[in-house]
Design a protein around this ligand. Structure first.
Ligand SMILES: *Cc1c(COP(=O)(O)O)cnc(C)c1O
Length: 394
C-alpha cells in the first residue's frame, strides 16, 4: 500500500510489486514473464492478457511504476526513447504543425525534420526559454509544443508553466522530454504538461545496459490513444528489458543524489578554471535559467556541459582524461564524457549546430558514481595539458 504522503524515494522501491500476483507469492521482484501469448479460459472467456505486444505482466509492472512516479494516468514502455517520442508524435495527423525547442535532442531533430514532413506534419523551431518567441511560433494548426528542460547539450531552462499556458490558450498539447531530470527531480504533469517522455536508457535504468523509452500521459483518454498507437506500431519494450529497467529505477534515488552532488562540485571547479570559457549547469548562480529551474525542479541534476577555446583544446582534454568513458549517452553509473558536435548532434548540420551554441569546443559531461575528488583530479591534469597546448601554440 502506498501512503498518502509517501515520498518518491520510497515509491520507487515498492511500486513494481503492488500487483495481486506478487502479494500472493510474496516475491520482492516482479517475475520476467517470457510469454508471447496467453491461454484463454474458454471460448468466450478472456483474461487480462492475450498477446504480449498488447500487454505483458512484467511490462505492466513497469508501466504502472512510471505512471505512479510521474503522477500520470497511464504509463507506456517502448523499445527506445526515440520509439516513445516517435509514437507520441503519431498522435498527430497530416496538416498539423508542431513547435519544437531548438535545443532539442539530435534524434528528435532528425525525426521532426526528416520523417514527419513526409507525413505532412510541419514544424517550427523556437527558443523555448523565450516565452514571447514561443508564442509567436504558434500557428492556427499547431497541435503540440515540444519541450526539453534542461535541454541538451546547453542545459537551457524552459519555464514549463508559462509554455503550458501558451499551449492551453491555443488549444494544443505539450510534450516534455524529462530524461535529464527523471520524476524524482521534476514532475511536468503536475505543472500541466500532457505527455512526459523519457529515454529510460539514461538515468532511469542507470547502468548503460539497455535501450528503453517511457511515456506517461496526464489523463486516461490520451493514455488510451497512445496505448492504441503503441499496440498498432508495435515498438514495445520486451519483458527482460522491462525487468532490468524496474531494477534500475529502484536505485535511482541513491544514484541521482550522489551524482548531482558531484556535478555541482565539478561545475564549480570548471567555472573557476581559466581555460574553461563557460559552464552550462543550472546549479550555478551564473546560469540564466538558475532561478526558473530552482522553482520547477528539485535539483540541477547530474549533467553539465562546458566550452573549451576550440577543437584542439577539446581534443587534448579528451585524449588525456582517464576516468570517464568517452561515449555517447548519459545517466550511467560510470561518468560519460561526450563531444556533441560529432556525437549526439551529428544529425544536425554544422550551421544549425553553431546557431544553437554547439561549437567545436563544447563537451558534455554526465557525472557517474566515482569519487568526486578523483574526477576533479583527473579533469585537473587533463586541463593542465590542454592549457599548455594553447600556450605552445601562442
Ligand atoms: C538519449 C536521449 C533520447 C533518445 O533515447 P534513446 O533511448 O536513445 O532512443 C531522447 N532524449 C534525450 C534527452 C536523450 O538524452
Amino acid at each position: 500500500m502506498s501512503l498518502n504522503k509517501e515520498r518518491l524515494e520510497t515509491t520507487i522501491i515498492h511500486a513494481s510489486v503492488r500487483g495481486e500476483y506478487e502479494r500472493k507469492t510474496g516475491a520482492v521482484n516482479v517475475p520476467v514473464y517470457l510469454s508471447s501469448t496467453y491461454h484463454q479460459d474458454s471460448f468466450d472467456g478472456f483474461g487480462p492478457y492475450d498477446y504480449s505486444r498488447s500487454g505483458n505482466p512484467t511490462r505492466d509492472a513497469l508501466e504502472k511504476t512510471i505512471a505512479e512516479l510521474e503522477g500520470g494516468a497511464r504509463g507506456l514502455a517502448f523499445a527506445s526513447g526515440m520509439a516513445a517520442i516517435s509514437s507520441a508524435f503519431m498522435l498527430l495527423s497530416s496538416g498539423d504543425h508542431i513547435v519544437v525547442t531548438e535545443d532539442v535532442y539530435g534524434g528528435t531533430y532528425r525525426f521532426v525534420t526528416e520523417v514527419l514532413p513526409r507525413f505532412g506534419i510541419e514544424h517550427t523551431f523556437a527558443d523555448l526559454t523565450n516565452v514571447e518567441e514561443t508564442a509567436r511560433a504558434v500557428k492556427p494548426n499547431t497541435k503540440v509544443i515540444y519541450i526539453e528542460t534542461p535541454s541538451n547539450p546547453r542545459l537551457g531552462i524552459t519555464d514549463i508553466e508559462r509554455i503550458v499556458e501558451i499551449a492551453k490558450t491555443n488549444n494544443c498539447l505539450t510534450f516534455l522530454d524529462n530524461t535529464f531530470m527523471s520524476p524524482l527531480y521534476q514532475r511536468p504533469l503536475d505543472l500541466g504538461v500532457d505527455i512526459v517522455l523519457h529515454s529510460a536508457t539514461k538515468f532511469l535504468s542507470g547502468h548503460s545496459d539497455i535501450i528503453a523509452g517511457l511515456a506517461v500521459t496526464k489523463d486516461e483518454e490520451l493514455g488510451n490513444r497512445l496505448a492504441f498507437i503503441q499496440n498498432s506500431f508495435g515498438s514495445i519494450l520486451g519483458a527482460q528489458d522491462s525487468y532490468a529497467l524496474i531494477q534500475g529505477i529502484k536505485t535511482l534515488g541513491a544514484r541521482l543524489t550522489q551524482s548531482s552532488e558531484s556535478a555541482q562540485k565539478i561545475a564549480t571547479y570548471l567555472h573557476d578554471h581559466s581555460l574553461v570559457e563557460v559552464v552550462f549547469y543550472p546549479g550555478l548562480a551564473s546560469h540564466p535559467g538558475h532561478a526558473t529551474h530552482a522553482r520547477q525542479s528539485k535539483s540541477p541534476g547530474a549533467v553539465l556541459s562546458f566550452r573549451l577555446p576550440n577543437r584542439d583544446t577539446a581534443k587534448t582534454f579528451v585524449d588525456n582524461v582517464q576516468i570517464p568513458v568517452f561515449a555517447v549517452s548519459l545517466g550511467g553509473v560510470e561518468s560519460i564524457l561526450s563531444y556533441p558536435a560529432t556525437m549526439s548532434h551529428a544529425a544536425m548540420p554544422k550551421e544549425e549546430r553553431e546557431k544553437r551554441g554547439i561549437t567545436d569546443g563544447l563537451l558534455r559531461f554526465s557525472v557517474g558514481l566515482e569519487h568526486v575528488d578523483d574526477l576533479i583530479a583527473d579533469f585537473d591534469q587533463a586541463l593542465t595539458k590542454a592549457t599548455s597546448k594553447v600556450a605552445i601554440r601562442n
